[in-house]
Design a protein around this ligand. Structure first.
Ligand code: PHE
Length: 356
């Protein structure tokens, strides 16, 4: 009995002294392993007389349980200490200021799209989207451009091999159709996105960006269109006054159709009021949504009217930020982006003045 309690004291002291998981494992093997002291002691029970065994059995088993419990408790303590040490070593001080400013920059096209979304959000327009691989019906037919209509050829359409009814959308106008079919009027949306035409030179790239605008409501007239465009151009170019010239034009999906020129002052390099204008720049196509387009979307054109406009985002970016070569937009040249890009932390907002 004395031997057993001495042995137990001895082993528990070793366990208490084990300072690492490895040291503890060595103690476990030396006591509870196949050749361990406790294991071997338990084996001696087999060779004892019944009287001896009735005394030694409970003592040995008590020893085994005490050792097992001490090993388990010590292991839990060591594991917890190891986890705490690891957490302390990996601790990051999130309150420290960043050592380097973020690199990379926002492309002028993305910046202009964000600015436009901000300006139109303030006028109550939501942002809508549609697929870039579009079907013939949404891209043309529903927009009053039937098969064999010359406007189809004018769009320099990319067709998709093996998919006779699919095209890469040639404009963002199919989003007008998707929106009118997907939600009830009144509608006020803009739809920014990529469009594709088989055309390439210094001022044309096969992929470029448009932003579409659509308003459908009751009693909408050209006056609403004019006010909206004027407000948007002033906000976008950050000028107080702007001269607009509405030229009669033709789009199959608007009637009447107007192309809008912005009066420009070479002196300030910005759009200007009537007195300062010395040249005109064409910036967008627009018009009153054709009754046939409204009807194609399942709405009654006697009840609902509206206007739509479409403009090139790349061109707006060139005008606002004085960029000259459209192709540079798509070169992915890091130096160009660093020079002409915008800080990712500097989001345009009307309240901060960046978009006004
Ligand atoms: N979709 C026309 C284009 O790409 C632009 C436009 C949009 C014209 C909406 C009128 C109304 O040229």
């Amino acid at each position: 009995m004395t031997d057993t309690s001495q042995l137990q004291g001895d082993i528990l002291a070793q366990i208490a002294a084990a300072a690492s998981p490895d040291a503890l494992e060595a103690v476990r093997v030396a006591t509870m392993g196949k050749q361990g002291r406790v294991t071997l002691l338990l084996k001696t029970l087999g060779g004892m007389s019944p009287e001896e065994r009735s005394l030694a059995g409970p003592a040995f088993n008590g020893l085994r349980e005490a050792v097992a419990a001490a090993l388990a408790a010590k292991k839990a303590a060591l594991d917890e200490a190891a986890l705490n040490a690891k957490l302390a070593a990996e601790r990051q001080d999130m309150t420290l200021p960043v050592a380097l400013p973020p690199t990379g920059s926002v492309h002028p096209v993305s910046q202009v799209m964000d600015e436009l979304a901000e300006i139109f959000a303030d006028l109550g327009f939501a942002v809508a989207t549609g697929p870039e691989i579009e079907d013939d019906w949404h891209n043309f037919t529903a927009l009053n451009i039937p098969e064999h209509h010359p406007a189809r050829a004018m769009h320099d359409t990319f067709y998709i091999a093996g998919q006779p009814n699919k095209v890469l959308r040639t404009h963002t106008s199919p989003v007008q159709i998707r929106t009118m079919m997907g939600q009830k009027p009144p509608i006020r949306i803009i739809a920014p996105g990529r469009v594709y035409r088989s055309d390439s030179d210094a001022t044309h790239t096969p992929m470029f960006h448009q932003i579409e605008g659509l308003v459908i409501d009751k009693g909408i007239t050209l006056a609403h269109l004019r006010w909206t465009l004027e407000t948007f151009i002033k906000a976008f170019f950050e000028v107080d006054d702007v001269a607009l010239r509405f030229r009669p034009s033709y789009f199959p999906f608007t009637e009447p159709s107007v192309e809008v020129d912005v009066g420009y002052s070479s002196k300030t390099g910005k759009p200007a009021g009537a007195g300062q204008v010395d040249k005109w720049l064409e910036v967008l196509g627009s018009g009153m949504v054709h009754p046939r387009v409204i009807a194609a979307c399942g709405l009654d054109p006697h009840e609902w009217q509206g206007f739509a406009f479409g403009t090139g985002v790349d061109r707006l970016a060139m005008l606002k930020y004085g960029l000259t070569d459209l192709r540079a937009f798509f070169d992915g040249d890091g130096k160009w982006l660093k020079h002409h890009g915008f800080s990712a932390l500097d989001l345009p907002s009307i309240s901060a003045g960046a978009a006004l």
